[in-house]
Design a binder for this molecule. Sequence first.
Ligand code: UD1
Ligand code: CA
Length: 478
Amino acid sequence: MEANAPAAVIVLAAGAGTRMKSAKPKILHEIGGKSMVGHALAAAAELNPQRLVAVVRHERDRVVEHLLNIHPDLSIADQDEIPGTGRAVQVGLEALDADASGTVVVTYGDVPLLTGEQLGQLVATHEADGNAVTVLTARLDDPTGYGRIVRNDDGSVAGIVEHKDATEAQRALTEVNSGIYAFDADVLRTALQSVTTDNAQGEMYLTDVLSIAREAGGRVAAVVTQDRWQVEGANDRVQLAALGKELNRRTLTQWMRAGVTIVDPESTWIDVEVALSNDVTIKPGTQLHGATAIGTDAVIGPDTTLTNVHVGQGATVKRSDVTDSTIGAGASVGPFAYVRPGTELGPEAKIGAFYETKNAKIGRGAKLSHLGYSGDSEIGEFTNIGCGNITANYDGENKHRTVIGSHVRTASNTVFVAPVTVGDGAYTGAGAVVRKNVPAGALALSVAPQRNSEGWTQAKRPDSDSARAAAAAQTHDS
Ligand code: UD1
Ligand code: CA
């Protein structure tokens, strides 16, 4: 069943979420690299509604800024001091044209695993059956706290009773209200006019609309989902973690089905916006965040964190931390590399053990194999940077660039005091401190020639093991 585009989706996001015990509004807490309300908006947007409305109140400005960042076309409706989901939807409706008709969907900002597909099924059933109201429900082992679905003897939906208002018999009902509905706009608008705050919580309950619509002769029905995660909200951080874990499990399952090898799903975390190609291998202890994209045959991990990283075909990244960077096809990173923003590692190039890079453009086949730092730098094709090389890019006030040509060979412990350039095919000597530009093909030496002071140990450390070893060596040699 293909759903028509609804007139509107209203996302309720005015609540305080006090059980998160957070300075941050509840719906801004993240799972899978996206805020809860970001997930809610993504699901809502999949319906292509004519209008998408968010109802806000708690931390209004901060929430609105976040929402408009995600969805600039969103309409904002401000809830007033009248509390309750019924009032929230009423102000949401006021953001629509006064004569808006057709289907209005209501969802919550804190139900992050709800999918557009599930919403589509709800809308399709609602419209196919000509319902006035269709509520998404689930049967839970522990329905405590939820509104219960009360059914008539013939199985039709009579209404919803809130936990706090329910009788003992009603509390024994296990079918719960998810808080997600499809409404006929006219029915909703009219019914909300008769909703009062006369209940245990002194709130305008949206749930009252069901019995009001039914009494007015409308068809009220439920779509029961078998997938309880789709209707689960996060009220505290324990639930947030459980939802995050389940979302991750679903994301990983989808990638494995698409041809990605994930050696240990238990220790692998992949954000929802990450893109993987088939035959990527992810080893244990790996986290892929943000807009990371990985090419086919790449091997990532173990123990690797990538945030907004593009990894080319067949590259490997092992026990490393990489952020806002590009890794070329066939390149290798790690183990134990710290690759900071602005690193562009060329194809077949290498950043090896205990190397840190930042804002470094590294050419095809170039190697920075061991123990060093390269920042604000450019390194040409097939250049080999020796062990322990450092770009001294910071003079205490400003950052400066180091530009090294192609096919350069730098010896161990070379320091490049930026700004400085090294021409193609140049060499440096061990321990060189390169303060002046090096022309193409030159060897740069800056360390004073070595001088040996013969017999120094026996003269200055006469009773030491070193002196005895030296004496023994001399006997042996003579
Ligand atoms: C509500 C339902 C309950 C359902 C449960 C599912 C009502 C009266 N009850 O209860 O039947 O089982 O959700 O989770 O609708 N909100 C506003 N403005 C408000 C109050 C709430 O925007 O004035 C938003 C909240 O931010 C939240 C959602 O509505 O996203 C639900 O609010 P909450 O207070 O959690 O409702 P429950 O009491 O859990
Ligand atoms: Ca709730």
